[in-house]
Design a protein around this ligand. Structure first.
Ligand SMILES: *Cc1c(COP(=O)(O)O)cnc(C)c1O
Length: 407
């Protein structure tokens, strides 16, 4: 890092791009205009610690007169530039990156909740988020109340004076239910409870939670934000004030990123809008193809008028993404797995949001160790397939699914 004091410090990123379009922000926001040695790409800073010229310089820092790096667990230049880019994309004052989406979820909940506090969340959600709440927050005396997704009366009824947070995904994983953010935020405001949306499946292109007044937005950046199935990361966006204690706890939890990882995320973000446009197009075309296919029983895709939350999706979303869940007519788990196995371009793997198309049977992939009762409760059928449409040619993807469904 050059010591020229005329250079903005790494924690004071360029904010010129605040009012510009998403792609301009994803290419330029958060980065210094003139970087070390004139490099156009952000250099990878591999330092675990950062030196002070003198005790005077250290005193300037500890007295709060200078913003700069200190020790890697509290932040690095590569994390700061990605954080500023993500904050600009999401429209919030600040962002904090984590080593994974789950680390972000754990980081924010651990920072906010005390023994005796309660949270209310919609029941359709990423299974590890549910597990963390039900199994682990419970160990610290935090009460978590699950209510049926989209049932705002049940949500309101579950709120008590001890409720500290309302949590939901939108769209939800894997049923792709879209939450009415206007209602969600109205309840939060009326009851003075903080609102948190996991918008991983939506991305900042397809959903703008800030426009509805959501307090905190979380993403697994492993998915569309990174976009290349080659990194894990998470992010939480919010106001500077809301994030301050969360950042302080991250410095203790140590759920931080290597600079190499942050460079990959920054590079992936450069093409964010382009990739998302293709995910949206492929998702819509493939969902329509599946819905018209005689072997398909039901398609869960918020862009289809048949989806129960399509009307909210249509008014709140700018696109519907690449994730599609569907069921095969009259198929048992074995026949369903034969469809998965017959796909050639789609690869069998968990995760979503990358350039490569992926396919999986939730029963086997993520819910294998659940009891049949739990699977029924979570809405995971034996004949269910979840697909993440990548950015390949959509004719090729459709041809692949057509042959897999006939096999
Ligand atoms: C994947 C995912 C997570 C967890 O993110 P990781 O980066 O895998 O830890 C959380 N929420 C949703 C909606 C996800 O899809």
């Amino acid at each position: 890092m050059p010591s020229d004091p005329s250079e903005p410090s790494p924690s004071c990123p360029d904010t010129t791009f605040a009012t510009q379009g998403l792609s301009t922000k994803s290419v330029h926001a958060g980065e210094r205009r003139q970087k070390s040695e004139g490099a156009i790409a952000t250099p990878i800073f591999t330092a675990s610690t950062f030196t002070f010229d003198s005790t005077d310089s250290l005193l300037r820092f500890v007295d709060g007169h200078e913003e700069r790096e200190e020790y890697g667990r509290y932040g690095t230049p590569n994390e700061r530039s990605v954080e500023a880019k993500l904050a600009a994309l999401e429209g919030y004052e600040e962002a904090i990156v984590y080593s994974s989406g789950m680390a972000a979820m754990v980081g924010v909940l651990m920072s906010r909740l005390n023994a005796g506090d309660e949270i209310v969340f919609f029941d359709q959600c990423y299974h590890r988020s549910r597990e963390f709440c039900a199994k682990h927050l419970a160990r610290f005396g935090v009460v978590t109340r699950q209510v049926p997704t989209g049932d705002f009366e049940a949500m309101e009824a579950a709120i008590t004076p001890k409720t500290k947070m309302l949590v939901s995904e939108s769209p939800t994983n894997p049923h792709l239910s879209v939450i009415d953010l206007e209602k969600f935020v109205a309840i939060g405001k009326a009851c003075e409870v903080e609102t948190l949306i996991d918008a991983t499946l939506a991305t900042p292109l397809n959903l703008r939670p800030i426009e509805y007044g959501v307090d905190l937005v979380l993403h697994s950046a492993t998915k569309y934000l990174g976009g290349h199935n080659d990194l894990l990361a998470g992010v939480i966006c919010g106001s500077r004030e809301a994030l301050e204690p969360i950042r302080a706890l991250r410095g203790i939890l140590g759920s931080i990123n290597s600079s190499h990882n942050m460079y990959l995320l920054e590079r992936g973000l450069k093409t964010f809008e382009l990739r998302m446009q293709r995910h949206n197009e492929n998702g819509m075309r493939i969902a329509e193809f599946l819905e018209a296919h005689p072997r398909v029983e039901r398609v869960y895709y918020p862009g289809l008028p048949s989806h129960p939350t399509h009307e909210i999706a249509r008014t709140q979303m700018n696109g519907y993404g690449g994730l599609i869940t569907f069921t095969i007519k009259g198929a048992d788990w074995k026949e369903t797995s034969q469809v998965v196995d017959a796909a050639k371009i789609f690869r069998i793997a968990p995760s979503l949001g990358g350039v490569e198309s992926l396919i999986e049977q939730p029963l086997v992939m993520s819910y294998y160790h659940c009891t049949p009762q739990e699977r029924e409760q979570f809405g995971i059928g034996d004949n269910m397939i979840r697909m993440s449409c990548g950015i390949e040619n959509s004719d090729d993807l459709i041809a692949d699914l057509a042959q897999a469904l006939e096999a």
